[in-house]
Design a protein around this ligand. Structure first.
Ligand code: GTP
Ligand code: MG
Length: 447
């Protein structure tokens, strides 16, 4: 009998995988993930049930439609939506926070934001029909920390993500910490990816991930926050809390990660750290010297002032977190960044989260696989093995994976190749057969 995968059904019903999984649970249909298969009868039953519910909802909406109706394009940000409904963006963000949703103004509006803002402003906010299909970002859910395996748990280096508004000095701070000079090499001085580096301080290692502050890179910051142990929030003392500062706070809070604030650019005459503290307090980060529990260090990435103190604080917080991993289990981790290099082919920087990755290992990701031909660390050194909390560039992949994809080690090339080609095949079939409005019957007639 023909089968259909949950994600295919979700696409046909124009729902997210997550929403459909919830529907399946309500209906008592067993499905482990969006990759699970359903038989035709079950899929039909689910389709009927979703359509019946849609109909009911639309009749309910009709009865309350004395509210002004406003069409919203998919892909709009909260700020853009606020402009359409003519309220200050900060009001909309506050309204969302009041409903327990930490969502920055630059984030894309989704169904839940639409429904909350409809209630708050007594409007009928609806998606406009001609909205372009929204391309989902890399699967953030899969970026989380892995479940700890093994009995040989050993202390591991903390993963520290540096976040903050554009130009507040994140990369310069890391340069000073590493004594290198990366800012000078970046296009226009703007960080466009998550760089990874390892620093040795007072006998201990710290792994730093740099993130971009530019408004366009929301998902990269979210990913950075999700695989990290500690977030360093860089705020320029002369500029204060800005939109991406707030966004970084909400990512770190959403990921449940402790935040250390680096109040940067203290060398500047216009530096006003008290104003920064006041603004951060307004966002729930109360400094220790004001009776709160947020560590804030006044630094200058330029002069190097208090950088040692910042590193001390990082090691202190890391110690409290008691970070451990078993280096002897089968390796797994996450892709931080990946690109196609003209000479080297598909290269990916991965973070090993547990186990030890070795040259020659066969690894499998969501969209790519490979036998590791070479592993290179941040200082350009070739490695034979990489244990927990190590970021390495790997060569030998079949394709460029998406940042956020998890990797695992598999035993045989065939296993990896089969898994990827089955996925490719399925993807091609779905792409060929699907138009967004096709019904199940139409799809089955093609199977
Ligand atoms: P994005 O990656 O684009 O988000 O920026 P960033 O936060 O990494 O900022 P970056 O380190 O590129 O620094 C931006 C500018 O601020 C550069 O011109 C730096 O030289 C300058 N800067 C950074 N830290 C300091 C500091 O402590 N004092 C002074 N005076 N300037 C600084
Ligand atoms: Mg930068």
């Amino acid at each position: 009998m023909s089968k259909i995968r949950v994600y295919e059904l979700a696409k046909m019903l124009e729902m997210s995988n997550k929403d459909l999984m919830e529907v399946l649970e309500d209906l008592g249909v067993e499905a482990k993930s969006h990759m699970s298969s359903l038989d035709v009868d079950t899929a039909q039953m689910v389709e009927d049930s979703v359509k019946a519910k849609d109909k009911k909802n639309s009749t309910e909406e009709d009865s309350s439609s004395d509210r002004p109706s406003i069409k919203v394009s998919k892909g709009s940000s909260v700020k853009e939506l606020a402009e359409i409904i003519d309220v200050p963006a900060s009001d909309a963000v506050k309204a969302l926070i009041n409903k327990g949703m930490m969502i920055p103004a630059s984030a894309q509006v989704d169904d839940s934001v639409l429904s909350v803002l409809s209630e708050v402003y007594e409007l009928d906010l609806e998606w406009s029909d001609d909205s372009p299909e929204v391309v989902e970002d890399a699967p953030l859910k899969t970026f989380k920390k892995p479940i700890l395996r093994g009995e040989n748990l050993k202390p591991r280096a903390p993963i520290v993500t540096v976040m903050g508004h554009v130009d507040h000095g994140k990369t310069t701070l890391l340069d000073t910490i590493r004594n290198t000079n990366i800012t000078a090499r970046e296009a226009g001085g703007i960080t466009q990816h998550i760089g990874a580096s390892r620093v040795h301080h007072e006998g201990k290692d710290i792994v730093f991930l740099d993130t971009p502050g530019h408004a366009a890179f929301t998902s990269m910051r979210a990913r950075g926050a999700q695989c990290t142990d500690i977030a360093i929030l860089v705020v320029a003392a002369d500029d204060g809390v800005m939109p991406q500062t707030m966004e970084a706070i909400s990512h770190a809070k959403a990921a449940g990660v402790p935040i250390i604030v680096a109040v940067n650019k203290m060398d500047k005459p216009a530096a006003n750290p008290d104003r920064v503290k006041q603004q951060l307090s307004d966002h729930g980060l109360i400094p220790e010297d004001w009776g709160g529990d947020t560590i804030m260090v006044h630094v200058s990435a330029k002069s190097g002032e208090n950088i040692d103190q910042l590193l001390e604080m990082i090691l202190l917080v890391a110690e409290m977190e008691e970070l451990k991993a078993d280096p002897t289990v089968s390796p797994e981790g996450v892709v931080i960044e990946a690109e196609l290099d003209k000479g080297k082919g598909a290269v990916a920087t991965v973070l090993v989260q547990q186990g030890t990755l070795k040259k020659g290992d066969i690894i499998l990701m969501e969209s790519s696989w490979g036998k590791i031909r070479a592993m290179i660390n941040a200082s350009g050194k070739q490695l034979k093995s990489a244990g927990p909390s190590t970021a390495v560039e790997i060569l030998g992949l079949s394709d460029v994976p998406q940042p956020g994809e998890r990797f695992i080690k598999v035993d045989a090339e065939k296993e990896a190749r089969d898994s990827i080609s089955a996925k490719d095949q399925k993807r091609r079939e779905v792409a060929n057969q699907m138009s967004p409005r096709m019904t199940l019957e139409e799809l089955y007639s093609k199977m």
